[in-house]
Design a protein around this ligand. Structure first.
Ligand SMILES: NC(=O)c1ccc[n+]([C@@H]2O[C@H](COP(=O)([O-])OP(=O)(O)OC[C@H]3O[C@@H](n4cnc5c(N)ncnc54)[C@H](OP(=O)(O)O)[C@@H]3O)[C@@H](O)[C@H]2O)c1
Length: 295
């Protein structure tokens, strides 16, 4: 058996088309234009390219987007003042502070300063708390994207044994939490694994669905999975450089071998990655609708 490839590129494209239509309708019917600001501190090349991609996508969808780039030695006080300015700016519905921040700035303090109503990354404790309670909130973008991939691929999660590898606040913990809730793409039985897990393979071998968010290239090997497993590979690992100077990426899963046993699998690149920015746009549109009293 060779797995059906879940193309995040295709699913993201479909969602972006839906969002483009929704943004156009918001403008035409309600004169509402969703607004997103991205704030980048410093010159980290990876962060620069993430922020550029976010602004480009927002622009393509008809979302008003602003980008603020600050020098690496910007003080925490100045950054907090800028966040406060955008908290009060009615044109802006979503505020994204690109992480990581320089070491002299307290990331937690900055993320907590964002108005929860504009926290389109879903990192503020108010949104995290609401997510855990199953209330309406902004879901963090990568787990939100994974839910959409599962839903739109027709993967049945109710009653499934799901093994999540990785317990970060941005992927592992929230996806584990979301998939155990009584919701679409939820109702699963969850095992959350990490570096202290005694026998990782014993867990992964009985999984119906594996979500790998580890950061170790190709660590999930074919002998660790059962036939018919669904594999969502969140990992993005640079394993080399092509002759043209492009980074060669690998996921956390040994794709070529595991795809021969799996029923569904996401590739890297082109799997979870394109979904993350798309869900940021979806959250921004949701924020604009909420601010306009439309939901
Ligand atoms: N596609 C996207 O949009 C997207 C978004 C976010 C992240 N990512 C990628 O996803 C990966 C994970 O990101 P993250 O931010 O969640 O990572 P992270 O904060 O570094 O967390 C990694 C987790 O994996 C666990 N882990 C590491 N080695 C392990 C091992 N050998 N066995 C079992 N567990 C192990 C760690 O356990 P401990 O807690 O015990 O240390 C930790 O919980 C990275 O490759 C990242 O680039 C992709």
């Amino acid at each position: 058996m060779s797995a059906k490839i879940i193309s995040g590129t295709e699913v993201a494209k479909a969602i972006r088309e839906e969002l483009t239509a929704e943004v156009a309708e918001l403008k035409a019917k309600h004169n509402v234009v969703p607004g997103l600001v991205t704030i980048l501190v410093g010159e980290d090349p990876a962060s620069q390219s993430y922020v550029a991609a976010k602004n480009k996508t927002a622009h393509a969808l008809g979302i008003h987007s602003e980008q603020v780039t600050l020098p690496a030695d910007t003080s925490e006080t100045d950054l907090l003042a800028l966040v406060d300015k955008f908290n009060k700016d009615p044109k802006i519905n979503g505020i994204l502070v690109q992480l990581p921040l320089p070491k002299h700035i307290n990331e937690t303090k900055v993320l907590y300063a964002i108005d929860p109503e504009k926290d389109v990354d879903g990192f503020h404790p108010v949104n995290v708390g609401k997510m855990v309670l199953g209330e309406q909130c902004y879901l963090p973008c990568t787990p939100h994207g994974i839910l959409e991939l599962l839903k739109r691929s027709g993967v049945k999660t109710s009653g499934a044994e799901v093994v999540v590898i990785g317990r970060s606040n941005i992927v592992g913990k929230p996806i584990a939490n979301l998939m155990l809730q009584k919701r679409e793409a939820g109702d699963a039985t969850i095992t959350l694994c990490h570096t202290r897990t005694r026998d990782l393979a014993a867990h992964t071998r009985r999984a119906d669905i594996i979500i790998a968010a580890v950061g170790v290239p190709k660590m999930v090997t074919a002998d660790m999975v059962k036939d018919g497993v669904v594999v969502i590979d969140v990992g993005v690992n640079r394993i080399g450089m092509s002759e043209s100077g492009k980074a060669i990426l690998a996921g956390d899963v040994d794709f070529d071998a595991v795809k021969e046993k799996a029923s569904f699998i996401t590739p890297v690149p082109g799997g979870v990655g394109p979904m993350t920015i798309t869900m940021l746009m979806k959250n921004t549109v949701q924020a604009a609708k909420q601010a306009a009293g439309l939901i």
